[in-house]
Design a binder for this molecule. Structure first.
Ligand code: SIN
Length: 522
């Protein structure tokens, strides 16, 4: 069973063939979660002046001491093979005049190594191609509009999941479960992530007793388009890709002064440095803009068609106007701990993509390393499952989802509380944190959890937010994307990962058993 249908879930499911797979996806297949919104591209050292060693080196430098060199080397070395596989599957990467993949530059990469498709539509092109392939595969059964409510654990092994479609719950057995549920941006008011990315996979793994780590490391993309609050309501902020700065765009404030002058790396400094610099300007009452008029001007719409449309929808013409920008929660470096095969601490459970903490990103992810990590680990996890699982003899029983009586009404939405949670995460667990803000938020979240009678999505969001906040409070230093106003320097004593004890969030024991096929759920 693969839960999640972004690039990580789809590649895992496709590479599991000939094993039968149940692919569980919250929306319709092809929506693609955060992958479909990925603009910049996918990093791979395929240029003539590049090699995997340089890519690994840049990845580790961005990760500020917490990246795992073996994982960085693995991913960089396998990247070219992954690109070959994706091209063979039909992903239409943009080409240069000589018919080679067109390569762009993004922050903190020492070479042009970002492949892209449709200019700035890389994620959407990937999802279209992979989803079509999954539909045609013959080995993948789809459970669309369906989510995993809990993992089923038997004798210490993950043995399936309790699936929900609408008001219907069904336990479904599986020899191997792969979580590919994405990130946590939806826990923040200012995020570039689609709604629904709130750490559901983290909640599933934690509740089953799996190890999570480094949850304090949340990456804030420096250049979300700063749409006025009244116009955006609770919607995510559209992104203005880092590739715009790779093509020469610059950050200026409302006085026209450069934002990044004096910061090593300038406009192409690592993402955490740029986000902090913009935040500092905003705290000083300035507005910040991404100005691509000189660098791209009339070429902007051809190179960045999707971003042009997003800007124009917000009333901004990027050809003739600077784009107002601000940092927004974008990517979670922390996640479910895995080894180099994507195995979690729980037998029977693998995690791939953003929900996983493989060790690649350390404290700060290098731009465009997320899609390549998702693809490499999807392929690795699938290979591991193929080699270690006995052939599956159980039918998927996905049909039972439609056949069952509606017996579990969805929990009522509590939008006001959720809006408050997201606002508090922005304020206290955002680009810059301190003890007072973190402690106050932790107390508020704990109170909410302890008084909440329901055990639905809100409670799970609170649990995930609690774990992130507690981890941020515990790490008394600044490193990578985790910036503490009260501990502004990196502390060599903290040059280590931080595991989260799932016991802190596990709810009162709820018996989970795999029902044999034909049984009705309890
Ligand atoms: C971007 O295009 O700036 C985002 C890509 C990424 O998050 O790696």
């Amino acid at each position: 069973m693969v839960v999640g249908s972004g690039v990580a879930g789809l590649i895992t499911a496709l590479r599991l063939a000939p094993l039968p797979v149940l692919l569980v996806t919250e929306g319709a297949l092809g929506a693609g979660g955060a992958t479909a919104w990925a603009q910049g591209g996918i990093a791979a050292a395929v240029g003539p002046d590049d090699d995997a060693g340089l890519h690994a080196q840049d990845t580790l430098a961005a990760g500020t001491g917490l990246g795992d060199p073996r994982v960085a080397r693995d991913v960089a070395a396998e990247a070219a093979t992954i690109i070959g596989m994706l091209r063979q599957w039909g992903v239409p990467f943009d080409q240069d005049a000589g018919g080679k993949p067109a390569l762009t530059l993004e922050a903190a990469h020492s070479r042009r190594r970002i492949l892209h498709a449709g200019g700035d539509g890389t994620g959407a092109a990937l999802i279209r191609t992979l989803a079509a392939r999954a539909r045609a595969s013959g080995t993948i059964d789809l459970a669309e509009h369906c989510s995993a409510e809990d993992l089923l654990v038997e004798d210490g092994r993950v043995a399936g999941a309790l699936l929900r479609r609408g008001g219907t719950l069904a336990p479904v057995a599986a020899r191997a479960v792969v979580l590919a549920t994405g990130g946590i941006g939806g826990l923040y008011a200012s995020t570039t992530n689609p709604a629904g990315t709130w750490g559901s996979g983290l909640a599933l793994a934690a509740r089953a007793g799996g190890e999570l780590r480094d949850l304090e490391f949340v990456q804030f993309h420096p250049t979300a388009i700063a749409i006025a609050a009244a116009a955006r309501r609770d919607a995510p902020l559209p992104l203005a890709s880092e590739a715009i700065r790779g093509e020469g765009g610059v950050l200026v404030d409302d006085l026209g002064l450069p934002v990044m002058s004096g910061v090593p790396g300038g406009d192409l400094a690592p993402r955490d440095c740029v986000a902090r610099a913009i935040w500092k300007h905003m705290e000083a009452g300035r507005r910040v803009f991404l100005d691509a008029r000189d660098a791209l001007g009339p070429r902007f719409p051809r190179r960045f068609p999707a971003i042009t449309a997003l800007c124009r929808a917000a009333g901004i013409d990027p050809v003739s106007q600077p784009i107002p920008v601000r940092p927004a929660a974008h990517y979670h470096m922390g996640g479910i701990s895995t080894d180099r095969r994507g195995r979690t601490s729980l037998p029977g459970l693998w995690a791939v993509g953003e929900v996983a903490s493989t060790g690649l990103h350390g404290a700060n992810r290098l731009a465009s390393n997320s899609l390549i990590e998702a693809a490499v680990f999807g392929r690795r996890a699938a290979a591991d499952i193929r080699h270690t699982s006995r052939p599956c003899c159980l039918p998927h029983s996905g049909d039972r989802l439609t056949a069952l009586q509606a017996n579990a009404p969805g929990s009522p939405a509590i939008p006001a509380v959720e809006a408050e949670l997201r606002r508090r995460m922005d304020d206290a667990v955002g680009v810059v944190r301190d003890r007072d803000g973190l402690q106050t938020t932790l107390a508020w979240l704990s109170g909410l959890r302890d008084t909440s009678a329901e055990d639905g999505p809100l409670r799970r969001k609170v649990e995930v937010a609690l774990m992130i906040t507690a981890a941020a409070l515990a790490r008394t230093e600044s490193r990578g994307a985790h910036t503490r106003r009260d501990f502004p320097a990196a502390d060599p004593g903290w040059a280590r990962h931080q595991a989260v004890e799932p016991e802190r969030v596990r709810p009162a024991a709820r018996p989970l058993t795999v029902l044999s096929l034909g049984d009705q759920p309890a």
